[in-house]
Design a protein around this ligand. Structure first.
Ligand code: G1P
Length: 301
């Protein structure tokens, strides 16, 4: 049992990163030297996806260009014998992987974005990846971990993570029944509840394995939180018909939809970058040594 198709909803406006995102896609913001969307694509490919379906909107042409062949650039790099850079550019889409772009004309919410992928996904189980949730999987990419669960249970699987009680209003929150270590069956799911109404602090983060039944259910889903057609509400309807599992992945998630999460990701990926790690670490050590030297003075003063 394999999943071949991955859906990337990338039509969001990215207002939290204005002015950077006025004319360019938030998914193209780099973490060190690679855009967020490329991390998401690599994760999908590592979990077996071969057809990448991007749900795009206005100002998102750079995503299409990024995953297209860049003839002039490749010819130039080849002529200058820049073999390593040429490989970097060519490896963006490995052989056998195809990209499909579907335009979401109106920003009607995540559920609506996913439903735009229906003609391309058809009657198959599929992945959904939200690129601004960047996950550094401890043993394996998060989606590959979820695929292992899927192979065992053959049903929908959502990536989840414990969040502070005060943050539940930013997520889909689940109430669950344990199945095994890190794995549980979802009994209830609520989009962005108030802390006092949240069924738990187990939050859905941006990785989903879904059965195609979701498309019919989205079609019947009225506008919910924020006036949008919510994927969470369609998943809630699915609970009456099919098992949906919550999987607590192993690894670190960076909320790159927030400025602080984005900066953390850049620092931590910088510290692991093969070419930069040593110099960047020395720089940070120097910087923090400066702070530590200043702190006692500030405390005295
Ligand atoms: C979306 C989903 C939410 C989920 C979150 C994960 O919300 O609607 O259920 O918990 O992604 O990042 P958004 O962050 O797009 O508001």
């Amino acid at each position: 049992m394999r999943i071949r198709k991955a859906v990337f909803p990338v039509a969001g406006l990215g207002t939290r990163f204005l002015p950077a995102t006025k004319a360019s896609a938030k998914e193209m913001l780099p973490i060190v030297d690679k855009p967020l969307i490329q991390y998401a694509v690599q994760e999908a490919i590592s979990a077996g996806a071969q057809e990448l379906i991007f749900i795009t909107g206005r100002s998102k042409n750079s995503i299409m260009d990024h995953f297209d062949k860049a003839y002039e650039l490749e010819a130039e790099l080849e002529a200058r014998n820049k073999t390593k850079m040429l490989e970097t550019v060519r490896d963006i889409v490995p052989p056998g992987v195809t990209c499909i772009f579907i335009r979401q004309a109106e920003a009607l919410g995540l559920g609506h974005a996913v439903s735009c992928a229906w003609p391309a996904v058809g009657d198959e189980d599929f992945y959904v990846i939200l690129a601004d949730d960047l996950i550094d999987g401890r043993l394996q990419p998060a989606l590959a971990q979820m695929h292992r669960v899927y192979q065992q249970y053959g049903t929908s699987v959502l990536a989840t993570q414990r969040v502070p009680k005060n943050d539940v209003g930013s997520y889909g929150i689940v109430e669950t029944q344990p199945v095994g270590p890190g794995l549980s069956e979802i009994r209830r799911i609520v989009e962005k509840p108030k802390p006092e109404e949240a069924p738990s602090n187990l939050a859905v983060v941006g990785r989903y394995i879904l059965t195609p039944r979701i498309f019919k259910l989205i079609e019947r889903t009225p506008r919910g939180a924020g006036g949008e057609i919510q994927l969470t509400d369609a998943i809630s309807a699915m609970l009456n018909e099919q098992t949906v599992l919550a999987y607590e992945f192993e690894g670190t998630r960076y909320d790159c939809g927030s400025k602080l999460g984005y900066l953390r990701a850049n620092v931590e990926f910088g510290l692991k970058h093969p070419e930069l790690a040593d110099d960047f670490r020395s720089y940070l050590e120097g910087l923090t040594a400066g702070w530590n030297a200043e702190t006692p003075k500030a405390a005295k003063g």
